[in-house]
Design a binder for this molecule. Structure first.
Ligand SMILES: Nc1ncnc2c1ncn2[C@@H]1O[C@H](COP(=O)(O)OP(=O)(O)O)[C@@H](O)[C@H]1O
Ligand SMILES: [Mg+2]
Length: 266
């Protein structure tokens, strides 16, 4: 590991063991080679951004981490142990929560129900425990300083930003140690983006491992601990935020700057 990784102060986990590591991941869809070689090591108490041009393989990488796709080659380690996740449910068992780009919220259901999907509280064997579901949702939202009016509001009535926040809150509600987000600010205004940033900072303070895809480099540089640049199906470099800058990252995204000299990875 690089000495830079140990030099930060204020992050509880920079000196710790990786919570998650991808090594030599490759993935093809028929003739399309989506990933050639992806290495990524993430730590608890850090926000790790993944950046790169469209088609670079960012979403595919996240989907491998969330159990949606299986890699053709390479290894996934969680807490140092190699795992083979077969689906999203298994990823959850390994401590991984995901906020996908399409959010996967159900328009006609309310906030509380959406937040509980997949894990609906019940009374007895079949009765839905509506009161508990609403209490849970309200508690998670207030913990994230999110005001949505009523948790009985239908998702279909919310703005893009509010939906994004509900989707993040749903992942946070699971209280899993690793949270993956695919472009959480893509459709958001300035204030909503800042709010998502505050939530990520809060999750970092709680010691979570956050892996976030973003094309918004201003957002990235405001919140990142580490940045992995992807290009044409490869992870080009992982950089500590404090030891790089926007021009260098843009250069790596576009391929005008080589990576070796800047990489903070082993
Ligand atoms: N399910 C799929 N089937 C076929 N090709 C795919 C699939 N998912 C992604 N790809 C291809 O893999 C490459 C990487 O895509 P993706 O991971 O979505 O990139 P990014 O998120 O960085 O924009 C692209 O060429 C894309 O067209
Ligand atoms: Mg994508």
């Amino acid at each position: 590991m690089s000495t830079l990784a140990h030099s930060r102060t204020g992050s509880p986990a920079s000196a710790g063991e990786p919570s998650l590591a991808l090594e030599g991941i490759g993935k093809a869809f028929g003739q399309v080679k989506a990933l050639t070689r992806v290495d990524l090591t993430a730590y608890p108490g850090e926000i790790h951004f993944v950046v790169g041009d469209n088609g670079a393989g960012k979403s595919t990488t996240l989907k491998i981490l969330s159990g949606m796709f299986r890699p053709d080659v390479g290894s996934v380690r969680i807490g140092g142990i190699e795992v083979h996740m077969r689906d999203a449910a298994e990823a959850r068992q390994f401590g991984i929560a995901v906020v996908h780009q399409d959010l996967a919220l159900v328009e006609c259901l309310d906030i509380a129900t959406n937040m509980a999907l997949g894990d609906i509280p019940r009374r007895g064997r079949i009765m839905l425990d509506r009161a508990r579901m609403e209490r849970d949702a309200a508690k998670v939202l207030s913990g994230l300083k999110i005001r949505v009016g009523s948790v009985r509001t239908q998702i279909g009535l919310l703005s893009g930003g509010e939906r994004q926040i509900v989707a993040i809150a749903r992942a946070v509600r699971t209280n899993l140690p690793i949270i993956l987000l695919d472009e959480p600010t893509a459709a958001l205004g300035v204030r909503e983006t800042a709010h998502v940033g505050e939530i990520l900072d809060e999750l970092r303070a709680q010691g979570k491992t956050i892996i976030c895809i973003s094309h918004d480099l201003e957002f990235v540089f405001r919140h990142a601990d580490r940045i992995t640049v992807m290009r044409l199906g490869n992870s080009v470099a992982t950089l500590m935020r404090g030891s790089t800058n926007r021009d260098a990252v843009v250069g790596m995204i576009t391929g005008t700057i080589g990576a070796a000299a800047e990489s903070a990875q082993e």
